[in-house]
Design a protein around this ligand. Structure first.
Ligand SMILES: CC(C)(COP(=O)(O)OP(=O)(O)OC[C@H]1O[C@@H](n2cnc3c(N)ncnc32)[C@H](O)[C@@H]1OP(=O)(O)O)[C@@H](O)C(=O)NCCC(=O)NCCS
Length: 192
């Protein structure tokens, strides 16, 4: 189990600390991750480049095997209300040697019943801490659909800055979305 995020006096933060935050590991957690990730894509189709239809047809989602195997540099942290997985945030380190000082936060999601109570912030803090604990990790990055105001506000609050934007990144049903590229260097994170 990960250390519980610092406890404050605000009710929202107290809610987050009532949950258990831990790294997903083993076959049962991999199955929970799959169910929650597909639920996320079904509920928030405009927030992701992946679609529920495409992902649900895959026999294995991207982080199922790393979760089962307990991989060190491709992992997922979950927020649990009892046995129920109510939030996820993953991390994938770059595989190429020249880029292995970088990695990406992926599959960020909190069950809507828990939104706005700092569960997302606690998950993000836990995944960033775990990423920067990896030997040689210098920069954490993520991609976010530009219209996703709640997510971009959360990432900005934790120190991520926009370093690029892909216009017309995703297209579906006659609509188009831009994607923001955001990054957080280790020094900025440690400086708070
Ligand atoms: C993004 C997400 C993970 C945030 O989870 P959460 O637990 O609600 O996050 P937190 O409570 O820690 O913080 C959310 C922040 O967004 C703010 N927010 C919520 N809705 C907002 C909106 N429409 N516009 C601007 N800010 C908004 C909240 O006020 C809060 O900031 P504050 O604490 O300074 O007030 C959650 O909204 C989610 O799962 N969304 C659907 C999936 C998704 O979009 N994932 C991100 C893909 S990159």
């Amino acid at each position: 189990m990960l250390p519980v995020p610092p406890c404050g006096t605000e009710p929202a933060r107290a809610h987050a600390t009532a949950l258990e935050f831990r790294r997903l590991a083993g076959a049962a957690d991999a199955a929970r991750y799959r169910a929650v990730r597909l639920e996320c894509l079904a509920r928030f189709p405009d927030h992701f480049g992946s679609s529920h239809g495409e992902e649900s047809r895959k026999p294995r989602l991207g982080l199922e095997a790393p979760i089962e195997e307990g991989a060190a540099d491709r992992f997922m942290i979950g927020a649990f209300a009892g046995e129920r997985l109510v939030g996820i945030a993953g991390f994938v380190r770059e595989a190429r040697g020249k880029a292995a000082h970088r990695g990406e936060i992926v599959h960020m999601y909190v069950d809507p019943a828990h939104h706005g109570r700092r569960v997302g912030e606690a998950l993000l803090r836990a995944v960033i801490d775990a990423a920067f604990a990896l030997e040689g990790m210098r920069q954490v990055e993520l991609n976010v659909v530009a219209t996703n105001a709640a997510a971009t506000a959360l990432y900005g609050r934790l120190g991520f800055r926009v370093h690029g934007e892909i216009p017309d990144c995703f297209r579906a049903a006659g609509r188009s979305w831009n994607q923001l590229l955001m990054s957080l260097p280790r020094d900025r994170w440690l400086a708070g």
